[in-house]
Write a protein that binds this ligand. Structure first.
Ligand code: GUN
Length: 295
């Protein structure tokens, strides 16, 4: 069997960001509106700092306004809530994201619920979660949306396909299962208690790996020709005392069996921020009662 088609999320995301930049320019020219995205970062977690910096940089590159709020790791939940309330009330801010994880002394749920549902560009607010599961208009979580775009690009119509999602997180596993269902797939969500996980994975035409376990999914778990979307980003030790990033799929094995596969890095990762920018554009248009410009 020949190697799988590599799904180039990096290139796809770059094109998507360019298109979003053009759409933002149209919005400005026709309505004088500049979408604004506020990123709230609590503490100094290095990975979160990198994510937020990238989000801010790409927001500006797409012609949107970026509002940064950096808060110390020991900020009180009440003070964080006050910052969110200020951003909710700011008409120049159309999208708000609070970078997760938060420090242990702050509960995530009340903070997420505090974000104005119309500005919840992460799609984590319970009302957006409900909208997704009942097929109503809302804001859809970014990583799952990015995965769906890549799948449609490589497979076209997904109707009737068997999709197995490994991982049941609120951020990826559950919302992507909803999106696959809405795209007429037959969907199974697998997790750490699933019986015969390798056998179940082998039934998948579409396999989504979102467990956070480095290289857990082996080549012989994959149905020949399947589309494999690897959402995992794990840092492991490499030779010479260095580290490297790997996904939840054993790429070297899987690439010999799958029909198409996302690499790590350069697969799903870049799609998340591109979808965040698109959600911000959409949120801005809805808040102002104007049509979302086409790409
Ligand atoms: N931490 C890891 N991924 C995400 C994400 O998509 N959004 C937010 N807010 N925090 C994250």
């Amino acid at each position: 069997m020949t190697d799988a088609v590599l799904i180039d999320g990096k290139a796809f995301a770059a094109q998507l960001r360019e298109a979003i930049g053009r759409r933002a320019a149209t919005l400005k020219a026709e309505h004088g509106l500049v979408p604004g995205l506020a990123a709230v970062l609590v503490g100094e977690d290095p990975a979160s700092q990198v994510y937020v910096r990238n989000k801010e940089k790409q927001t500006v590159e797409a012609g949107m306004a970026s509002v940064g709020r950096r808060l110390p790791a020991d900020v009180s939940e009440a003070d964080l809530m006050t910052v969110v309330a200020e951003l909710n009330a700011d008409p120049a801010v159309h999208g708000i994201l609070v970078q997760l994880p938060l420090p242990d002394h702050i509960a995530e749920k009340p903070v997420i619920e505090m974000i104005d549902v119309a500005k919840d560009v992460d799609g984590f607010h319970p009302l957006n979660v409900g909208a997704l599961s009942s097929g109503e208009e809302g804001l859809v979580p970014c990583t799952p949306r990015g995965c769906m775009m890549l799948l449609h690009d490589v497979l076209g119509d997904l109707t009737g396909m068997n999709a197995v999602v490994v991982g049941r997180s609120n951020i990826v596993g559950k919302p992507i299962a909803q999106l696959l269902l809405a795209a007429n797939c037959t969907v199974t969500i697998a997790h750490s208690r699933t019986k015969d996980l390798p056998g179940l994975c082998r039934s998948a035409d579409i396999l989504i790996a979102a467990v956070g376990r480095p290289q857990m999914i082996k080549g012989d778990w994959i149905k020949p020709g399947a589309a494999v979307i690897d959402v995992g980003i794990n840092r492991i030790e490499a030779e010479g005392g260095k580290t490297r990033l790997v996904g939840d799929v054993d790429f070297e094995e899987a690439v010999q069996v799958a029909g198409s596969i996302t690499p790590v890095p350069g697969g799903v990762g870049p799609m998340t921020i591109a979808c965040l920018l698109e959600n911000t554009l959409i949120a801005c248009c809805r808040q102002n009662g104007v049509e979302v410009p086409e790409g």
